[in-house]
Design a protein around this ligand. Structure first.
Ligand SMILES: *[C@@H]1O[C@H](CO)[C@@H](O)[C@H](O)[C@H]1NC(C)=O
Ligand SMILES: *[C@@H]1O[C@H](CO)[C@@H](O)[C@H](O)[C@H]1NC(C)=O
Ligand SMILES: *[C@@H]1O[C@H](CO)[C@@H](O)[C@H](O)[C@H]1NC(C)=O
Length: 356
């Protein structure tokens, strides 16, 4: 709400400052520069006084006077350790990794998190400088860029080497946050929260995750790592992961990094980071306390968007919906719209970023 409020004066102030150029007094200014300067100074003072008197929020002053590009570049040096200490609540951070084309999805996801009152712990790992500046301008401190920034032109085409490189950074970022001592929840931003997921993170397990298999399971299915499927491995989603800062969770992240390095992207295989995550889980399962979250609460998009019977049967039990099993921005947006989950058009004011 406060960030919504502080956007409006920014625009009206800018229009005050633009006025003189289109105003008759600008011709006067050319003839009598000293008079204009004095008048200009008076106008400026007046604006400052009005702002000081009627808008007593310090945040707002900052928004108006310091959100210019040079001031924003200070975020270039903002470190993960600083960012985590700013946003963490109860020793927990919620992270996502976003490049500029995904900003509408980021905003949609944030609205759903704000509704569950967990947005204050969100840290956006910006994958380009435009995203870093945009998020921190609207919501200071909530975005960090861990250099080097991947090539943005190639980073968002699903199945491409650029996309693989981009997602390969994920376990590294998560491990870094664990090493700093925080619990961390990772989400893809093509997700929407319908309820608070934290009560589902029961017990003291190392790693919590969701199954990406669309086959319907019994409501009381096991919380163990499922048996491997056709490809000799499990189909756990790397889209939603909760980790405690334990030896076990760190081991899984290290193994994930190793697996990515051992099976790099090739033209014929066109891998993403998910198989490597599954191999890491399988190979460490003897040493790590793993916890499969309930399907009824965390269904894959392959189930939620495709089986209305199941959705009806499990009505009221859904917690996080993932818009996967479909590729392409337009198709994802359309599907969210069809299911009433595209919140940015009508509810942008609920986002800490406001309308983007
Ligand atoms: C922190 O944890 C306590 C106890 O689990 C809980 O009551 C409280 O709501 C949490 N605070 C935040 C900001 O999540
Ligand atoms: C991906 O990473 C590899 C290895 O670091 C690099 O050689 C390649 O140029 C990168 N490709 C893209 C498209 O980012
Ligand atoms: C859809 O859900 C119903 C109810 O849970 C289930 O019986 C059925 O097998 C599911 N259909 C498919 C194609 O998975």
């Amino acid at each position: 709400m406060s960030s919504f409020l502080h956007q409006r004066p920014l625009q009206s102030t800018l229009s005050y400052f633009h006025e003189p150029s289109s105003h008759p007094s600008s011709t006067l200014a050319q003839k009598h520069p000293s008079i204009f300067n004095r008048a200009g100074l008076l106008v400026l003072l007046l604006v400052l006084v009005i702002l000081g008197v009627f808008m007593p929020w310090s945040e707002m002053h900052e928004g108006i006077f310091w959100s210019t590009r040079p001031a924003l570049t200070k975020w270039r040096d903002y470190t993960l350790a600083q960012a985590a200490s700013v946003v963490a609540k109860n020793g927990t951070v919620i992270v996502c990794a976003v490049s500029q084309p995904y900003l509408p999805f980021l905003n949609n996801w944030l609205i759903s998190i704000a509704r569950q009152k967990h947005h204050e712990k969100v840290l956006v790992i910006a994958e380009d400088y435009a995203t870093l500046y945009k998020v921190n301008q609207r919501w200071p401190g909530h975005a960090v860029l861990i250099p080097p920034a991947p090539d943005t032109q190639t980073a968002h085409k699903f199945g491409s080497q650029g996309f693989f490189n981009f997602t390969s950074r994920r376990p590294r970022h998560l491990l870094d946050i664990l090493e700093l001592g925080y619990n961390v929840m990772y989400n893809d931003v093509d997700m929407v929260w319908l309820a608070d997921p934290f009560p589902y993170l029961e017990g003291k397990h190392d790693v919590y995750f969701t199954d990406d298999m669309a086959a319907v399971k019994p409501l009381d299915h096991s919380h163990d790592l499922p048996p491997p499927g056709k490809k000799g491995r499990t189909y756990i989603c790397s889209c939603m992961i909760f980790l405690r800062p334990t030896v076990g969770a760190k081991l899984v992240m290290k193994k994930w990094i190793e697996e990515l390095q051992a099976q790099p992207w090739t033209k014929s295989k066109k891998a993403n980071d998910q198989p490597a995550f599954n191999w890491a889980l399988m190979k460490t399962s003897g040493q790590v306390d793993l916890y499969l979250l309930p399907q009824k609460a965390f269904p894959t998009g392959g189930l939620y968007f495709k089986n209305q019977t199941w959705v009806q049967e499990t009505k009221g039990m859904h917690v996080i919906i993932h818009n996967n099993y479909i590729t392409g921005f337009e198709k994802k947006i359309k599907r969210f719209q069809d299911f009433g989950l595209w919140l940015v058009d009508d509810h942008a004011n609920e986002s800490p970023l406001s309308r983007l």
